[in-house]
Design a protein around this ligand. Structure first.
Ligand SMILES: Nc1ncnc2c1ncn2[C@@H]1O[C@H](COP(=O)(O)OP(=O)(O)OP(=O)(O)O)[C@@H](O)[C@H]1O
Ligand SMILES: [Mg+2]
Length: 600
């Protein structure tokens, strides 16, 4: 068969990236992507092969029974042949048991593929750069991933085994039918082919609405996931109805696409039943005629009918199997695209030198710019951070302070310029190793759900209880943890809703302290603290800076008043750097901040 189709997909795997434009493909298998997906899963391949053998055996057994039925019926006038009857029963039981076993093996294979793909894709998605997550709503990502995996699982558990047993049944049964009565078979095959054409025409109409449905489902999930996660914001603004209204567009679209699918599906079932009835009726009529004219025995007619039923079932369902195959293959294509997509660069690189370099050599930015693609970000930064110094980062909101920290964490690759340690560009060091040497407390006090212990040990899994308690004491959380019913083993709620803002912030500071990094990046970590707690954190930062490089962004100048150096950022550019005293005379923005906060 020659198919001509347009190829302008963007998420094709690079290994097989076709040239854009029109293609002529000769008998291209529809399972190319599925095959590629299971290529690496040896266990599932073995299960699939074994399952196929078992299913074929089951079909062959089931095909023998009509022949025995014919003999049984033709010998009825001499009495019932009990041995033959028992043999037929045994064959049916055997074939059913084998079919069940075969189906189970296919399901096991499907689940093995899904499990491995789940693990691989999660690892790959987590390895994607931060910019990817900036652009993709997390709910949509989750929804697409789950749908794709479901389609693959459904195909291997239902579609694929039916396809294999269907093909074997059709070939075997048609062979036997021809052997029994050529003319009748010819009529039958003709009718079945017409019916298959009709149904696959209908099945082809399912693709577009199914895709549109999944797309809308993705948007819907994304919207509601975000709403559930930020329920306080929504309730405070009494915006519940807005969320419902916004999701109504998607639910309406899902209903619309669902109806398009239903329109096709609802036609398929009755068409199938009517055609089946016609075929059975036709076979009976023609067969009855042959029997009455003594050209066929009663037994042949009955076994012919049994075979017709056996062959009609897979024929009728063929179009839905091939639809499920198409779906699974395009799901596999999507997953492969995820697997092939570039992650953050983390090829093995120099790591040994990193510790000594970061401890003894300055971390420097040379003409570094990072544009988020919207003109915002930081521009032409020249900055040198010397070890064991405390740097304060000040500047108006939106000036680029958090962006500078993101550049240092290597969350984004600078648009231009270089980040380096001593003379070595940061890009020479593996990202994971790099990030292990930096501790970063982000501006928004995000925490992860789970136990307090697990959260604290996130970056320092080996930390002992004594270490944890020491870090908690440093941020004044000892009493809070002691007051919890299960202490360190108590649970943090999702997004830390069972803690105060300041407690969340201090817990994350404790986590950073446990990391034992060389460089500490603190983004507005005192924003949620009272004056007493602020003083404690300020002293903590000062102590830390005696042996580490510390960069602390703060609007509240009181919390960074003992900084060795202050860096002023405005509109993404450094407009001043020096000791607090120097800047007071040299930088008008800093001087204004000091004055506004009446700090002298
Ligand atoms: N992920 C992003 N995508 C696009 N633009 C961004 C992104 N993050 C920040 N920006 C833009 O970059 C600029 C700098 O933002 P940044 O968060 O670095 O400011 P900031 O100095 O930390 O401000 P604040 O004091 O309010 O925390 C802003 O104009 C902001 O809108
Ligand atoms: Mg910020």
């Amino acid at each position: 068969m020659i198919e001509i189709h347009r190829n302008d997909s963007v998420d094709e795997t690079p290994a097989e990236a076709p040239t854009p434009g029109f293609h002529v493909t000769v008998n291209k298998p529809k399972t190319r992507h599925l095959k590629q997906l299971i290529k690496t899963n040896g266990q599932s391949r073995t299960l699939l092969r074994f399952g196929a053998v078992v299913l074929v055996l089951s079909v062959l057994l089931s095909l023998i029974s009509p022949l025995l039925i014919r003999r049984l019926v033709d010998q009825f006038r001499h009495g019932v042949d009990w041995r033959l009857l028992i043999a037929i029963g045994a064959l049916m039981i055997g074939s059913t048991a084998l079919a069940a076993w075969g189906n189970y093996l296919f399901s096991a294979a499907g689940l093995a593929i899904v499990q491995e793909t789940q693990n691989q894709t999660l690892a790959k998605i987590l390895a994607k750069p931060v910019a990817f997550f900036d652009q993709t709503p997390s709910g949509q990502l989750t929804s697409r991933l789950t749908n794709n995996l479901d389609q693959i699982k459904n195909y291997y558990t239902a579609g694929y085994p039916s396809l294999i047993s269907g093909i074997v049944t059709i070939i075997g049964a048609v062979g036997m039918l021809v052997y029994m009565n050529g003319i009748l078979t010819l009529l039958l095959v003709g009718a079945l082919l017409i019916m298959y054409g009709l149904l696959s025409g209908l099945a082809n109409q399912l693709g577009a609405p199914m895709d549109a449905f999944l797309d809308e489902a993705g948007h819907y999930t994304a919207g509601i996931t975000e709403a559930f996660a930020n329920i306080r914001l929504i309730k405070a603004n009494t915006a519940e109805h807005q969320i419902t209204a916004a999701s109504q567009d998607q639910t309406a679209a899902m209903r619309r696409e669902g109806l398009r699918v239903a329109k096709v599906m609802s036609r398929m079932q009755p068409i199938m039943s009517t055609i089946l009835l016609l075929i059975l009726g036709g076979t009976l009529a023609v067969g009855g005629y042959f029997v009455s004219t003594n050209r066929m025995t009663n037994g042949t007619l009955i076994s012919f009918l049994v075979l017709v039923i056996q062959v009609a079932n897979p024929m009728l369902n063929f179009s839905s199997y091939s639809a499920s195959q198409k779906e699974a293959d395009s799901a596999a294509k999507n997953l492969l695209a995820q697997l092939a997509a570039a992650g953050e660069d983390d090829s093995p690189k120099e790591t040994k030198l990193l510790t000594t370099q970061l401890q003894h050599q300055p971390l420097a930015l040379h003409q570094v710019s990072l544009d988020y693609g919207n003109g915002h970000g930081v521009h032409d930064l020249d900055l040198t951070l010397i070890p064991n110094q405390l740097y304060a980062l000040v500047g108006p909101s939106g000036a680029g302070k958090s962006t500078l920290m993101a550049v240092l964490e290597r969350f984004y690759t600078p648009t231009s310029g270089t980040l380096q340690v001593g003379d070595t560009p940061a890009a020479c060091f593996a990202l994971t190793a790099w990030r292990q040497h930096l501790a970063y407390v982000p501006q928004t006090s995000e925490v992860l759900s789970g136990t307090y212990r697990a959260y604290l040990q996130l970056a320092a899994p080996q930390a002992s209880d004594a270490d944890l308690n020491q870090a908690l004491a440093a941020v004044q959380l000892t009493d809070f943890i002691a007051s919890l019913p299960a202490g360190l083993d108590s649970q943090i709620a999702e997004a830390g809703t069972n803690m105060s803002g300041g407690q969340k912030q201090r817990l994350t500071i404790a986590q950073a302290l446990l990391k034992k990094a060389d460089i500490y990046l603190f983004d507005e970590i005192t924003a949620n603290l009272d004056a007493d707690s602020e003083a404690i954190i300020r002293d903590l930062i000062r102590q830390l800076a005696a042996t580490h490089t510390v960069l602390a962004a703060a609007h509240r100048l009181s919390s960074i008043r003992d900084a060795d150096q202050v860096i002023v950022l405005e509109n993404g550019r450094i407009t001043g750097q020096g000791t607090p005293a120097e800047l007071l005379t040299r930088n008008t923005t800093y001087a204004r901040f000091v004055q506004e906060q009446s700090l002298t």
